[in-house]
Design a protein around this ligand. Sequence first.
Ligand SMILES: Nc1ncnc2c1ncn2[C@@H]1O[C@H](COP(=O)(O)OP(=O)(O)OP(=O)(O)O)[C@@H](O)[C@H]1O
Ligand SMILES: [Mg+2]
Length: 353
Amino acid sequence: MEKKAHFVKRDFPPREAPSLLLLLLVVAVLLLNALLYLYLGNLHGSSGRADAEPSLCPYGSFKLGPVKNCSPWLSCEAINREVRKLKCVGEGAVKKVFLSEWKENKVVISQLTKPELKEDFLHGLKMLKALQSKHVVRLLGYCEKQFTILTEYHPLGSLRGLNETLHIPKYKSMNTWHRRLMLAIDYVSIIHYLHSSPLGTLVMCDSNDLDKALSQYLLTSDFHILVNDLDALPLVNRSAGRLVKCGHRELWGEFVAPEQRWPYGEDVPFDDELMPPYDEKTDIWKIPDVSNFFLGHVEGSDIVRLHLFDIHAACKKKDPAERPSAQEVLDTYKKVLTLLIREAAMPSTREML
Ligand SMILES: Nc1ncnc2c1ncn2[C@@H]1O[C@H](COP(=O)(O)OP(=O)(O)OP(=O)(O)O)[C@@H](O)[C@H]1O
Ligand SMILES: [Mg+2]
């Protein structure tokens, strides 16, 4: 007892204790801020690293898992010899998708469903080859003559199953506004990557309703998003006056952008020849609906929605030219994440002070 009193008296005179404590708290707050900046800097950096090859292998090769060396993309012969089909894990209009095995790795074989769609299939393969980056599913090989593509397997499947995945006990800790906003940031980063890709401005056309749009992206086991289906990615070249149309059929519904709908009323029958083309701003129109799906209904997601209200209102402008670019949406999302993380961190520091 006496010892304690002595210690306090000698080393920390009561007069100086509050100022020392304050100094410690200020240092703690500064440290917290520095950590926050480092964390967000990392996030910004990783989202902006649009052109980096995911496995850092030269073009035309890949590496899987802990393996050190890069292997060249598998050829027809290697696929036929070394890959074993296990079971069907997905099917779309263009491809049938099989979980398969290659040298003890789980991989995916995608095969053309019907010959009428081989143009789409080959376009998808061409895009997959040209756009390999951290945003795109990893290509492991292909066989054009057999209409086969080999890619990395992602057990969590497409984004359609996101809510179900987040209810599995193993992933429940991921079901937070923070993780969900990070997924929205991943998604907008991909749209930004496609709009400023090495090939030019590409439009994600295979997205005429929310379910369809979500089915084109995969959820990785570390909770990131990759674009997987690149079969319908037409090129816009505004300076050359080149615009696009997503298919040749009439589109309906609120999910597609207004300029994608038939503009001449019910009395005039739809005619693809008369249908005016449009640009990549159709993707921007769809962002609020996709992000709303990501944000879901968890504690804090409505606060995030409130902060995104203005940028989402801008995405929904009827005039495509008035909508923001994917870069502007991305910047706003990141600012909101920074702000909300700081706000979430502040109450405890305020209490400490
Ligand atoms: N690498 C993968 N890992 C896990 N699941 C996959 C993978 N690739 C595809 N799938 C599953 O298969 C589904 C269909 O794949 P994909 O979108 O490539 O087919 P598609 O025929 O081109 O589709 P669409 O009807 O949109 O044209 C995906 O939504 C996903 O559920
Ligand atoms: Mg698809």
